[in-house]
Design a protein around this ligand. Sequence first.
Ligand SMILES: NC(=O)c1ccc[n+]([C@@H]2O[C@H](COP(=O)([O-])OP(=O)(O)OC[C@H]3O[C@@H](n4cnc5c(N)ncnc54)[C@H](O)[C@@H]3O)[C@@H](O)[C@H]2O)c1
Length: 391
Amino acid sequence: MQYDVCIVGGAGHVGLPLGIAFAAAQQRVLIYDINRAALDRIQSGKMPFMEAGAEPLLKAALSKGLIAFSDKVELIRDCKVVVVTIGTPVDEFMNPSLRLISQCFEALIPHLSEKQHVVLRSTVYPGVSDWVAKLLAERGVRCEVSFCPERIVQGFAIEELKSLPQIVSGLTEEAENTAAKLFSLIAPEVVRVSMKEAEFVKLFCNAFRYIQFAAANQFYMICESANVDYNNVMKAMKHNYPRMKDVPGPGFAAGPCLFKDTMQLASFYENQFSIGLQSMLVNEGLPLFIVGRLKEKHDLRTKTIGLLGMAFKAGSDDRRSSLSYKLKKVLLTQAKQVLTTDPFVSDDSTLRPLDDVIEMSDILILCTPHKDYKQLNLRGRETVDVWNFWR
Ligand SMILES: NC(=O)c1ccc[n+]([C@@H]2O[C@H](COP(=O)([O-])OP(=O)(O)OC[C@H]3O[C@@H](n4cnc5c(N)ncnc54)[C@H](O)[C@@H]3O)[C@@H](O)[C@H]2O)c1
């Protein structure tokens, strides 16, 4: 076969760093994706999104001829391993949708054979790995199937792929062994579990982080409501007190994974995942809380409000599921004007230069604490800084 590994959805945040990591481990990689524009950009040596340390490795892989790109699904025939990064997003009912993964496999199936190994790599609803395995068997494709979920923090995949243990599971022992061998090429260690266990490992990792953020955000809102400075409370709580060292600071808990994966668990557990559902209400409620507090002090209809940072987290250009946009949406109906800015987001034509936003706003809300905002001249504007970033 011409390629060792094909990454389906290979132009995306999960797929591309993984493809680059395999190429850096001397594997012949095919990046398959339906987004032709993204493939063209990557093929020219440019990353389509921010990913620390990825671009030099991409260029090295291109120059060695170890990475190729295609939007033609039939090329997957020529790949020993097919890694699928398409996941199960939640729909408007907060239930997982199998539409994308099922469309993806409909396209892949005619080109898969028993000589190949399919790795499911994205986060999936519990039972989906088995569902895929059954789908393949029903269609007469007797390939190996494994589920090896991604657990990196977005933006730092290159570093984390080589430093974090990789969860590995397979439909059969052979499949698990093949997957373990594959990931041993790039990961320091593999942890073997069953497919169902691996699904829960991944979902629990994300849901737990989401719950931790919710606890911090709820503490913050309790203190604010009592006119107590939460940051002083937090500092005192954590000072030389190891049991509190992992309490995160308050801030917008958003992005394409944490909310979705918590809702997948809630759906799986028939809406009895009460701590997850409550966390969603707290985290999604923080923008509303901020608006409520501002309304206690101001007639917002007379105020221009500037939002600093529209990416879902600091140092990122990704605005998927960013709570900055939820805050913007709420304020649009309440304030005189809402202005937005971000140093990294490049796909939102409504963004304005930072200077204009500071100059024209009465109130500035720090939505995303990008490093670039540390030393700003805020020109005496009233600020809202949930993150305690400027103090
Ligand atoms: N972003 C993260 O840090 C992260 C971490 C762990 C898990 N995940 C999970 O991984 C999955 C993918 O996330 P992402 O952030 O990489 O998304 P993404 O949108 O960045 O990438 C998905 C890619 O798949 C491509 N694609 C979509 N349908 C396709 C198809 N049928 N055939 C081929 N290509 C197709 C898209 O064009 C896109 O390039 C999600 O389920 C997500 O929850 C993401």
